[in-house]
Design a protein around this ligand. Structure first.
Ligand code: FS2
Ligand code: SF4
Length: 545
């Protein structure tokens, strides 16, 4: 196996014996072959799209779900991968029959063999490093596009679950995948394709924002209890609001408390979700602490998306997966034909387990500062900046992770001066979101914008403020400090770059798949800065302001 798609990759270079995330060589190799198949599908789809033919939505959905399946910490179940591989061959054959005659690459002409053993043998030719002769920068850009597409697919999946999609993004899955296997593309063309991936990331986040805010209304500030309450409970983790809604509907009046976990925390801001009284609070912290926090828990957990870690035996019988998430031996809740899910099993199990015995003292944190809520204060923000009461904004956003080096983000937030505000999004916020930051110019100093896909909300806020100041985003008193871990963060980074945003700090370490020349290009063009120390980066941000 060889995998270097996430930040915790072994030695900062690549996982070769097994994944630091828990991915076995078998899963890694099946994922390589699945991506190879998707590339083959894309090679046949591209000429059809260029001829103006549309690709069946079932095929788009298949490609989207397969890409998402291979994202870090999503699916560790061999059988799901084998099933997707078998389906991929049928789809490839269907498109092959429709595509014009021509010369197609090996990933297109390859035919999947029947057994898992043979698939694993064939997976060798699908590996990222298989072509030893490939130019390092080409490999780097191809990987960046592919990982950006994986992030996009996660957001696309969430939006489609709410019946929203973007035609442009649906086509781009094929165009982007084809670009990662097209030997005719020059470095310059691949750079353009990388930026196009960023544009599509903005587009899919916009669609997801429309889907979430239309279905559940615009988030508004809401206090969330982060301690536990007595009684049976279900913890829901991941990003899919529709799953939360269905769970809330099915548990209403049953005496079960629902806690969000990880990236589900911002759900408390949505009016159509927070109206449920038994959405009682948020449990635990960021994803990497789940094994400790779920250990022997007297309730159930539902994982709707990443990040899933190897479940310990002490809770393996009470954790459930749904959507494309999976772990060998973990119970899975499937989607019914009518588009709903039946959570009876998890509900009964939660009742049987009995839940927490005692209440803890309440501790509340504030969420719900999406673009709508934050921009409702735009006038006051602009006045405060003009009067010198609000000096600078820091967007400290992105993923959390287990590797050392992430204390930088806690320290950075702690050291932000009192006359500055902090915007945050995604699960990296758990490094500091239980601290009391007080207020500045009558506003909370810490504004929780939402999940990782709400990077779109942050862009909306920045763009509106830039308009109010009659300037551009790069001239605002704003510093962006990103923490990355998995491929949604890659999609977010490409989105921000495609919008021309410069001078972002990136950490805790740089992606292993970025070659030295590609890094130089990013530094020269976008002034990307690897994080150094919180003190130095803060000083430099405020000096340049
Ligand atoms: Fe955090 Fe994990 Fe949001 Fe990422 S819960 S690192 O997948 O998507 O952010
Ligand atoms: Fe390694 Fe990350 Fe790939 Fe898992 S997803 S195998 S930790 S690089």
């Amino acid at each position: 196996m060889f995998c270097y798609q996430c930040e915790q990759t072994m030695g900062g270079k690549g996982c070769t014996k097994s994944g630091v995330c828990g991915k076995t060589p078998e899963i890694a190799n099946l994922q390589d072959l699945l991506i190879y198949q998707l590339k083959g599908i894309a090679c046949y789809a591209r000429p059809l799209i260029e001829k103006g033919q549309s690709i069946d939505k079932d095929i788009v959905e298949f490609v989207e779900n397969s890409l998402f399946t291979t994202l870090t910490n999503v699916n560790f179940d061999a059988e799901s991968h084998v099933n997707l591989l078998k389906e991929s061959q049928k789809i490839k054959q269907n498109l092959r029959d429709r595509a014009p005659e021509g010369k197609y690459p090996d990933c297109a002409t390859y035919n999947l063999r029947e057994s898992k053993e043979l698939m694993l043998k064939d997976a060798v030719q699908a590996g990222i490093m298989f072509d030893q002769e490939l130019d390092a920068d080409i490999r780097s850009l191809r990987s960046t596009i592919l990982f950006g597409l994986k992030g996009i697919s996660a957001y696309g999946h969430q939006a489609r679950f709410l019946n929203y999609n973007s035609e442009q993004v649906d086509h781009f899955y094929f165009l982007g995948l084809e670009a990662t296997t097209n030997d005719d593309l020059t470095l310059e063309e691949l750079i353009l394709m990388t930026m196009k991936t960023g544009e599509m990331s903005v587009e899919v986040m916009k669609i997801l924002d429309d889907a979430n805010t239309t279905t559940y209304k615009n988030p508004s500030p809401h206090k969330v209890n982060v301690n536990i309450k007595k009684g049976p409970f279900i913890i829901i983790s991941g990003h899919d609001l529709r799953d939360l809604e269905m769970l809330l509907q099915q548990t209403e009046g049953k005496g079960i408390n629902i806690y969000t976990h990880g990236e589900m925390l911002p759900a408390h801001g949505y009016p159509s979700l927070k109206k449920y009284k038994h959405l009682i609070g948020n449990f635990g912290s960021a994803w990497q602490n789940q094994q400790k926090e779920f250990d022997d828990i007297p309730g159930c957990i539902l994982m709707t998306t990443n990040c899933l870690m190897r479940p310990r035996e002490s809770y393996k019988d009470r954790i459930f997966s749904t959507n494309v998430v999976g772990w060998d031996g973990v119970q899975h809740v499937t989607l019914k034909e009518d588009g709903t899910k039946d959570f009876t099993e998890i509900i009964n199990k939660a009742l049987e387990l009995g839940g927490f015995k005692e209440d803890e003292e309440e501790k509340e944190i504030l969420v719900g500062f999406g673009h709508h809520a934050t921009l409702s204060h735009a006038g006051a923000i602009v006045d405060a900046v003009k009067e010198g009461k609000l000096r600078h904004f820091f967007l400290i956003g992105g993923c959390d992770g287990a590797k050392p080096g992430r204390n930088y983000y806690t320290e950075f937030a702690e050291k932000v001066p009192q006359d500055c505000a902090i915007l945050t999004l995604a699960c990296g916020k758990y490094r500091f979101n239980k601290m009391d930051f007080g207020t500045v110019a009558g506003l909370p100093r810490l504004l929780d914008v939402g999940q990782c896909n709400d990077a779109y909300s942050a862009v909306r806020i920045a763009t509106a403020l830039a308009d109010a100041f009659e300037t551009d985003v790069n001239s605002l008193p704003l510093t962006i400090v990103l923490s990355w871990y998995e491929q949604k963060a890659v999609a977010d980074l490409l989105a921000l770059l495609s919008l021309g945003i410069k001078g972002m700090y990136l950490g805790p370490s740089l992606p292993a798949f970025i070659s030295p020349n590609v890094l130089q290009y990013l530094v020269d063009t976008f002034e990307i800065k690897p994080i150094s120390t919180a003190d130095d980066d803060l000083k430099n941000s405020l000096k340049q302001a």
